[in-house]
Design a protein around this ligand. Structure first.
Ligand code: ADP
Ligand code: MG
Length: 456
């Protein structure tokens, strides 16, 4: 089967499915439904989340399989898989690029098996040798190297701050990995501040704070990521303060990261702030053009792909702040390049536009508010005023979730929009995240609103 033939048959599948289950269901569950691989007559179709997969498996798999098998008789098996990034599709063994991508897909799968070591939470993917050093991050990089040479003595604590997607987590994890390489017996532990907070809260709930303390005081290198999340969490701050003092007095190394310098983290106890400030503070900035190019080349190379320079240059010109975004758009270019004979500058620009539209479509707060208000059939002023009844409280929380996830707004900006202080916003956001994870009907509601937002 050629790719063209497959694509035209696939369009029929989509059409038949849409007719069979109705427009509304189709849009809710199948809008991000894409064929991923077709190997040995087994067609794998990707969907963006486990939630959608479970739902389709439960409710639509028989009808879907029937339609597919009727339309594309070669297909013997149909499987739904979760894939939230552009995938490396392999419909045809057409070129060497595809072969390389296939082998990469295998490699990536293998890696995921030992991805995160549960003992120390370190991921071997993050290393110094795949961290591109440029003006924007060289001071932080040098500081981390110094820490590896002299853990606990030179820069303690080391505090690294910078905006999202500039490589803080990568650097922290790489430092942990590198320390372990040189000192096998040291106990290294990496945690996000959220993990630390949750473990602590659970310890209180289960009355195991003694064990908690023991565990955290038995560490040689403590790496705590994103400490700005401590803002407003008084008892966790207090616990961290004591953990810090204990480790520090034994000359154990402590490394923190945050999205801003200690002085600017709101709602944090003075004594903890002064501990954050007691060692070396360094920042990481968004990468300059040359560094962005070097990062793109490295990431492509890791995937076995080599493009002409213009490809990297066009991407690096368009995406300036967030390295995660650079990686995302590069993956899409790699993916799309399999299906075209020659990648031209215009084609790259076209793919970038598509990426911006599909993946990081920024939605204005106004539009989000409008969609949510109409979904719940309430008035705009009801959601913008402090909520009185329980129902409205939850709708406001859902709005906060969307302002954060889709609008990509900071807590402070959301606080301004809703005329609340920003700790309330953080609290509401965390509450709704928890709720989404355990309440099926809210999950569904959120999915449906997402659809509406994407369509509007
Ligand atoms: P942050 O923690 O600052 O939000 P991350 O460390 O998660 O950012 O980085 C986002 C992505 O960009 C990761 O996949 C990371 O590997 C990659 N990355 C960031 N900085 C670099 C760099 N200097 N060289 C190579 N990859 C990088
Ligand atoms: Mg991070």
């Amino acid at each position: 089967m050629t790719l063209d033939l497959f694509n035209s048959l696939w369009e029929k599948v989509v059409e038949n499915l849409r007719q069979e289950i109705g427009e509304k269901n189709f849009k809710t569950w199948f809008s991000e439904f894409t064929p991923k691989t077709y190997i040995h007559n087994c067609l794998k179709i990707s969907v963006p989340s486990k939630f959608v997969k479970d739902w389709i498996d439960k409710n639509y798999l028989p009808i879907l399989s029937k339609i597919i098998k009727n339309t594309i008789p070669e297909v013997k098996d149909v499987e739904i898989v979760v894939e939230n990034r552009p995938s490396f599709q392999v419909f045809q063994k057409k070129s060497t690029v595809i072969k390389r991508l296939q082998s990469l897909a295998v490699k990536t799968q293998k890696l995921s098996i030992f991805e995160v070591n549960p003992q120390n939470n370190l991921n071997p993917r993050y290393r110094f040798d795949n961290f591109v050093v440029g003006k924007s991050n060289e001071i932080a990089f040098t500081a981390c190297q110094a820490v590896v040479k002299n853990p606990g003595s030179l820069h303690n604590p080391l505090f690294i701050y910078g905006p999202v997607g500039v490589g803080k987590t990568h650097l922290l994890q790489a430092t942990g990995n590198e320390i372990l390489k040189h000192y096998k017996n040291l106990k290294v532990k990496y945690l996000t501040t959220e993990q630390f907070t949750n473990e602590f809260i659970n310890a209180i709930k289960n009355q195991t704070t003694e064990e908690f303390r023991f565990k955290f005081r038995d560490i040689d290198v403590l790496i705590l990521d994103d400490v700005h999340f401590l803002s407003g969490k008084i008892s966790t701050q207090e616990e961290l303060f004591h953990t810090f003092n204990f480790l520090y007095n034994l000359s154990k190394q402590i490394i923190f990261s945050s999205d801003r310098p200690p002085a600017l983290i709101p709602d944090i106890e003075e004594r903890l702030r002064s501990r954050f400030e007691g060692g070396l503070i360094v920042d990481i900035n968004p990468p300059d053009f040359e560094t962005r190019i070097a990062i793109l080349k490295l990431k492509a190379q890791e995937k076995g792909v080599f493009f002409d320079n213009f490809v990297y240059e066009i991407i690096a010109e368009k995406f300036v702040n967030n390295i995660r975004e650079l990686e995302g758009v590069l993956s899409l270019v790699i993916f799309e390049s399999q299906f075209i004979d020659k990648l031209t500058p215009d084609k790259v620009k076209e793919i970038i536009k598509k990426f911006a539209k599909e993946t990081y479509r920024r939605v204005t707060p106004k539009k989000l508010i409008k969609t949510i208000v109409s979904h719940f059939e309430i008035k705009e002023e009801d959601i913008l005023k402090p909520a009185r009844n329980k129902n409205l409280v939850q709708i406001r929380q859902i709005l906060i979730y969307f302002l954060r996830e889709f609008g990509q707004l900071s807590y402070t900006t959301i606080a301004e929009i809703l005329k609340k202080d920003h700790t309330t916003i953080i609290y509401s956001y965390e509450k709704i995240i928890k709720e989404i994870n355990r309440n099926q009907s809210i999950k569904e509601e959120i999915e449906i609103i997402k659809q509406k937002i994407l369509e509007s």
